[in-house]
Design a protein around this ligand. Structure first.
Ligand code: DAT
Ligand code: MG
Length: 192
């Protein structure tokens, strides 16, 4: 199965497209209240349940961007939340070093933390690019991440490898320690 490198860029992080709990409260207030009530009642019976409960809802609501890949049927193989050094950003975007926007692009990528991930699945490189949408957000179809969440090409929320070959290079660069070994129990329900 194919693997791709996906990165939520600093604007995606700052705009809360990753963070789970605030979205639950702003978009599904009734469900959030119900969850809180259940959590409170269980906490009365057993205080340690409150902590387990908060942890459980944060796992259930794993964020808009991440859940698009997960719902599609792809498997998370690695994820880290990190700040990037300038030289590292230059290395990641080395293919674009001759472009006039290169310096600006590098400054933007190091302007705040990013979420770096590896996703695995059938045709995940190409399909991942389709989920992300066109580079220029005004050309990205509604329903894609950039189509739904971005306006400017220089603030387009997310990166995805553009070929299997580049995916391998990017995964090696960002996750030199290797990936998680696991197989989802849903696998036979998603893949033939
Ligand atoms: P993609 O991220 O869709 O693979 P790319 O590899 O051509 O696109 O460019 C990398 C990033 O560089 C892109 O996501 C946003 C930025 N970028 C591309 N074209 C740009 C432009 N004309 N002005 C400013 N930033 C640009
Ligand atoms: Mg690219």
């Amino acid at each position: 199965m194919e693997q791709t490198f996906i990165m939520i860029k600093p604007d995606g992080v700052q705009r809360g497209l990753v963070s789970p709990i605030p979205r639950l409260y702003t978009e599904q207030p009734l469900r959030a209240c119900l969850n809180l009530a259940i959590g409170f009642c269980s906490g009365l019976l057993e205080p340690s349940l409150i902590i387990g409960f908060v942890f459980a809802i944060s796992l259930l609501q794993i964020g808009d961007i991440i859940s698009r890949f997960e719902k599609k049927g792809y498997y998370l193989k690695a994820m880290k939340f990190m700040n990037v050094e300038k030289s590292f950003a230059q290395q990641h975007y080395a293919d674009l070093s001759a472009q006039p926007f290169f310096a600006k692009l590098v400054d933007y990528i190091i302007s705040g933390p990013v979420v770096a991930m590896v996703w695995e699945g059938k045709d995940v490189v190409l399909t991942g690019r389709r989920i992300i949408g066109a580079t220029r957000p005004w050309e990205a179809a509604p329903g894609t991440i950039r189509g739904d969440h971005a306006v400017e090409v220089s603030r387009n929320v997310i990166h995805g490898s553009d070929s299997v070959e580049n995916g391998k290079k990017e995964i090696a660069l960002w996750f030199p320690g290797g990936l998680a070994e696991w197989k989802s129990n849903l696998h036979p329900w998603i893949y033939e």
